[in-house]
Write a protein of this length. Structure first.
Length: 492
């Protein structure tokens, strides 16, 4: 039977099978109970799942996978549902498996600086639990108050401090996984290295297509003695982009290096009151952390570089409360968008730092082409763009224009030597854009990896990897890097 088609009789059989291996309160099948799971943070794409399960331990996850395997039912893993690429969007005739109930911090080892946690533990809860030991977990997505560690593993999440401390893949030692066959395997180890192929790096960022996370061992690092943030204002956004390169060229690796343009500044400041310069065309948030001596020296160095780069004003946080206030504006950019627009569409392309000015200029041209505003807020230090395309879904064709706008941003990212995603994943949102970046041969290699872990194609099917047929329908094949598709963009 096609795993995406279930008769009413088969649906009832699946429900009964699940109720035999799970407590009844862990199986949701009434529409009013499954409706909250119809989408993730990308609310533009929705699908009502057939059944939602909330297992309470690892064995129950294995039992659910057996039901899926025996009945050929697709399964979509779900963390907190904060993902922004539709990776947790359900399959209509499938099961959603939420790991929300597996939310224990199993242990913290201050000597080894590690924590072993269940998949449903929130990102920020790890740092909260380790704070008394002077430790914390470095990756800090904007959704860290809600997002869970298994979701971070699925998407290889980052955050505003990823420039210095890395993404999820750099901060996880070991992942315990339930495969579709019902085996429990451990990828990585508590040591700095493990024998054999580096399947841990392969699994992190695989978007729930290879297995279900049941346990994660994360790296903890010492909480810095102090930290300060410089807020640098610029009269021109292109000058701000050049300043980013100047900081890195000077040999400085800030703990965080973020940029916001004037549209994002003006939508955030009334909401958060972070103290942002409302007259600036762009601001940079540059953080230094470490010992007091290190921070004083690095802040002085960054001030000198920023002044020479053409900053119109500099403000340095004087207290921890002020530092957190500066960051609160950046971390609340997405919710603040709701104050000025009924809807927004967040992109996630990553480009070489030297191309920031070129691509932002291109985005400004696309605003005119699609007659939509775009607020740019992003991880400038590693070139990870997060353009927020503002639109009103109630207006005819505005969502379609926003989608086309987003696709052009991703196309531009590939053409300048970047990629279509930095930390949000591909999911369903960017699956067509995969056709822009990868050839048919490359995509078949991805499918071969998928088949090795999931031969029945039951785990999060039809996500992330487009078929040849889909790419043909999309009308685009492999984009050769260096090909100039946007003649209005200057060549650097």
């Amino acid at each position: 039977m096609n795993p995406l088609q279930q008769t009413p009789e088969r649906q009832q059989q699946v429900l009964q099978s699940l109720q035999q291996v799970l407590p009844h309160h862990c199986v949701l099948h009434q529409v009013e109970d499954t409706r909250p799971y119809e989408c993730d943070g990308l609310a533009a794409y929705r699908e009502l799942p057939m059944i939602v399960v909330l297992p309470e331990n690892e064995q129950q996850i294995v039992d659910v996978l057996a039901v899926c395997r025996n009945h050929s039912v697709p399964l979509v893993p779900r963390g907190a549902g904060t993902g922004l690429s539709g990776g947790a969007m359900p399959i209509a005739q499938g099961i959603v498996l939420s790991t929300a109930k597996l939310n224990r911090i199993i242990s913290i080892d201050p000597a080894a600086r590690t924590a072993i946690v269940q998949p449903g533990v929130r990102n920020l809860a790890i740092s909260d639990a380790a704070a008394a030991l002077g430790l914390y977990y470095a990756p800090d997505p904007s959704s860290q108050i809600a997002c869970t560690i298994a979701g971070n593993v699925a998407e290889n999440s980052g955050g505003v401090h990823c420039l210095k401390y890395g993404l999820t893949v750099h901060n996880v030692f070991r992942v315990r996984v339930a495969t579709i066959e019902g085996d429990i395997i451990e990828l990585g180890s508590a040591a700095l290295d493990s024998p054999g192929l580096d399947l841990l790096a392969l699994f992190i960022g695989s978007e729930g297509m290879l297995g279900i996370v049941t346990e994660v061992t994360v790296k903890l690092i010492p909480k810095p003695e102090c930290a300060q943030v410089i807020m640098a204002s610029f009269d021109d956004i292109l000058t701000a982009c050049d300043a980013v390169s100047d900081i890195i060229k000077a040999g400085i690796i800030p703990a965080g290096l973020e940029m916001m343009d004037q549209t994002s500044i003006r939508m955030v400041e009334p909401f958060v009151k972070a103290g942002y310069d409302m007259k600036a065309a762009a601001i940079l948030l540059c953080e230094s952390d470490g010992s007091k001596v290190e921070v004083i020296d690095e802040i002085s160095h960054m001030r000198r570089v920023l002044n020479e780069a053409g900053a119109s004003a500099l403000a340095v946080s004087g207290t921890e409360a002020e530092r957190l206030r500066f960051w609160s504006g950046r971390k609340n950019a997405f919710p603040a968008a709701g104050r000025i627009s009924p809807d927004y569409y967040c992109m996630d392309g990553t480009i070489p730092r030297r191309k920031l000015a070129q691509v932002l200029r291109g985005i400004a041209e696309l605003e005119k082409k699609y007659r939509l505003r775009c607020a740019n807020v992003f991880h400038a230090g590693d070139g990870n763009l997060h353009p927020l395309i503002l639109f009103d879904a109630n207006q005819p064709d505005e969502f379609e224009r926003a989608e086309a706008f987003g696709t052009d941003i991703l196309r531009m990212s590939v053409e300048v030597g970047g990629t279509i995603t930095g930390e949000h994943g591909v999911g369903i949102e960017k699956i067509n854009a995969m056709c822009l970046q990868f050839s048919a041969t490359e995509r078949e290699t991805f499918f071969a990896v998928k088949r090795a872990f999931d031969p029945q194609q039951l785990l999060n099917p039809n996500k992330a990897i487009p078929t040849l047929h889909r790419c043909a329908e999309f009308g685009r094949e492999h984009v050769h890097r260096g090909e100039q598709k946007f003649p209005h963009l200057p060549r650097f």
